[in-house]
Design a binder for this molecule. Sequence first.
Ligand SMILES: *Cc1c(COP(=O)(O)O)cnc(C)c1O
Length: 363
Amino acid sequence: MGTARIFNFSAGPSMLPEEVLNQASAEMSNYRGSGMSVMEMSHRSDIYARLFESVQTSFRRVMNIPNNYKVLFLQGGATLQFAMVPMNLITKTGSADYAVTGSFSGKAAEEAKKYGTVNTAASSKDKNHTYIPRQSELKLDPNASYFHYCANNTIYGTEWDYVPETGDVPLVCDMSSNILSKPVDVSKYGLIYAGAQKNMAPAGLTVVIIRNDLAGNAFPYTPVMMDYATMIKNDSMYNTPPCYNIYILGLVLDWVEKLGGLKAMQKRNQDKAAMLYECLDASPLFNVVPEKGSRSNMNVTFRSDDPEIDAIFAAKAAEAGFASLKGHRSVGGMRASIYNAMPPEGVAALVEFIHVFEQNYRK
Ligand SMILES: *Cc1c(COP(=O)(O)O)cnc(C)c1O
């Protein structure tokens, strides 16, 4: 194994800021004079309660969350939310609107069908999810219990560049792969959820932001662990929460704030993505997969006309220290995931590598 850290373009679990890893490492066996690791603490202890509180406070401050919302630290990944959302929210009218713009939103819609009527309010399947439907194309049902969409499509490399307007129908959003990447007006949403392993913490923590009035309406058969009301009442500690991951989230939030908060993150992410898209748009060899205006600042998907060249590129890139650039099997080509923790230098180095590669493989 090498000794230096490499540029890791994995879609998730993905890079964490080196500062965060170093601090976690320094506190690993003795957290701030406690004589133990955060991993070893009772989640009911005073010291852990203070840590938990401070992470909640930082998260609310960074995301600018209004007082009428709760923040829950859960387990089960974003995927469990595909079921938890309808089990708690579809009871209102028995139906919900889903925008299907990729693999995860498709899975969310399929899961919801077990609990009620799902109206496909929009789908980008006709063009293999290479674009985000516009507001005017959304087929909205005013009687829907909620409207669900996925803000950033991790596999396809598209990102909603607007917040859908749905009138009185609450917006529910899967933000797993772009939470903390830019400011979000939380007051426009009924519920936001995100698995941690893209932009927040190691896998195993799921964050839910829920407007208070939306909890307490679960189907009677809903498992107690999957009822938002249970988790709100017990402050995410009905059972043992993912203690260590919550601690890492706290360190990541400190890092975000040190860099200037979500506005600064947005600028940093836009600059990184622009660097890569400019390179690819000018490339004689590679094409960006999604349409302009729908492209993600987090997951950049691209390919040549020849799958063999793509395979050679991904392999040579890995040898050169650019890990996990191979695209998802449903899209092919390459995917560079450039979440918050990817430094601008990593993207600049990749751009340089692409330029050199193009010289050798020009047709
Ligand atoms: C990764 C991802 C998921 C799945 O998350 P799990 O935590 O593995 O369940 C769902 N939605 C989006 C947008 C993702 O990026």
